[in-house]
Design a binder for this molecule. Structure first.
Ligand code: M6R
Length: 367
């Protein structure tokens, strides 16, 4: 059942190229020029009228929503907020019939997310669910469903569900952009081509997954560490930090790289591991100066970046892990996989039950 893998989590990490292909299947036209989402009931007229979007989820699904916000705002220029479901419900969210609410849930049964969905619907919003379980309560209650086709996810730590949620956001973002005319056909085509290359790029990364093992063993001896990044790299940093805490029990914090000097830098000591994500080239120089700030305080820095920046970065950091080149919006779909592997191998080195971390359940059906 684990297909030769020691744990479901590793199996599911390796199933991601297939999950990407399956989630894209039938949702891109034959010419590779347009996204088609035949399942959507949301009409072009309704799409034209959307004034704001609210994305809601818990844990990893919330983190996918952070990427979704950036993707939709960049491609469609509609204001997007992302909330943790248990917070959304109680903050009197401002919803109108022109609000599109997107709920994200692997299981489709998370109580907080379901309650937030009902709250949004009661306030008149159109609710679209991105879920991995089509017969779930969330899928049933939503007005629209985009199914992620990741297949069953058994490990408590979510991996392929998160990355297929990212694919769903890319598809939805492109579709909304097509309808509202906010992107040129060339830009849409370029992004579709880059998306279609992701499964193969991920296969290449997975072939080298052992290379992250030694570093994972090294950090497993530490009590706390930091993940830093800007923009989408910060969104991925948050997911990486959750994954590491969840299965290795090592305390970590994800920080926007530019925010460290407003307090957190005080926690950096000689040898504190800092994992920096550097894939957003528009802010690369800025992140590099933040890396120098932590390096000057003695941090032990590992960077995740593209090949072309590796040599320069190695002058100021201890280790570099290279990921295949893609478009800025798509980098989370590759970068996060190195962090999944990192937490997997750290958990394994510590002798934990990777698939069943203490105190946690796969599906949280209590509020
Ligand atoms: O099934 P859901 O996507 O609604 O679950 C939400 C969270 O409970 C879940 O993502 C949790 O954070 C994962 N265990 C993280 O790996």
């Amino acid at each position: 059942e684990k297909g030769g893998f020691e744990y479901f989590m590793l199996k599911e990490i390796h199933e991601q190229p297939k999950a990407y292909r399956d989630t894209m299947l039938g949702r891109i036209d034959e010419q590779g020029e347009k996204v088609i989402l035949p399942e959507l009931k949301l009409t072009p007229d309704q799409i034209m009228n959307i004034r704001n979007i609210q994305i809601i989820g818990c844990g990893t699904a919330y983190h996918a929503g952070l990427v979704g916000r950036n993707v939709i705002e960049t491609l469609v220029r509609i204001p997007v907020e992302t909330d943790v479901a248990s917070e959304y419900r109680y903050r009197s969210p401002i919803v109108s019939p022109d609000t599109l609410v997107i709920v994200v849930s692997q299981s489709g049964e998370t109580a907080d997310t379901l309650a937030a969905l009902r709250e949004a619907k009661a306030n008149g919003a159109h609710v679209l669910a991105i879920t991995n379980v089509v017969g779930s309560s969330i899928a049933r209650d939503a007005d629209d469903v985009i199914a992620t086709l990741a297949g069953p996810e058994i490990a408590v730590a979510s991996t392929k569900a998160y990355t297929s949620q990212l694919i769903a956001f890319y598809l939805l973002g492109l579709y909304l952009a097509e309808v509202r005319g906010t992107q040129t056909p060339e830009a849409v085509k370029e992004m579709i081509q880059a998306m279609q290359a992701l499964p193969e790029q991920l296969d290449m990364m997975l072939e080298q997954s052992e290379s992250i093992k030694a570093y994972a063993e090294q950090i497993s001896h530490h009590e706390h560490l930091f993940f830093i990044g800007r923009g989408l790299d910060f969104a991925v940093a948050q997911e990486g930090s959750l994954k590491l805490k969840e299965i290795s029990y090592i305390h970590s914090e994800a920080y926007p790289a530019g925010e460290l000097k407003h307090g957190t830098l005080a926690l950096i000591e000689d040898g504190t591991p800092v994992i920096a994500l550097v894939t957003q080239e528009s802010v690369l120089e800025k992140t590099v100066s933040n890396i120098k700030e932590v390096s000057a305080r003695g941090a032990d820095i590992m960077v995740i970046t593209y090949e072309e920046h590796a040599a320069t970065l190695l002058k100021s950091v201890d280790q570099v892990f290279v990921i295949p080149k893609t478009l800025p919006l798509l980098s989370p779909a590759l970068a996060v996989v190195s962090l999944q592997l990192l937490s997997y191998y750290a958990s394994l080195a510590l002798g934990n039950d990777v698939d069943k971390p203490r105190n946690l359940a796969k599906s949280v059906t209590v509020e």
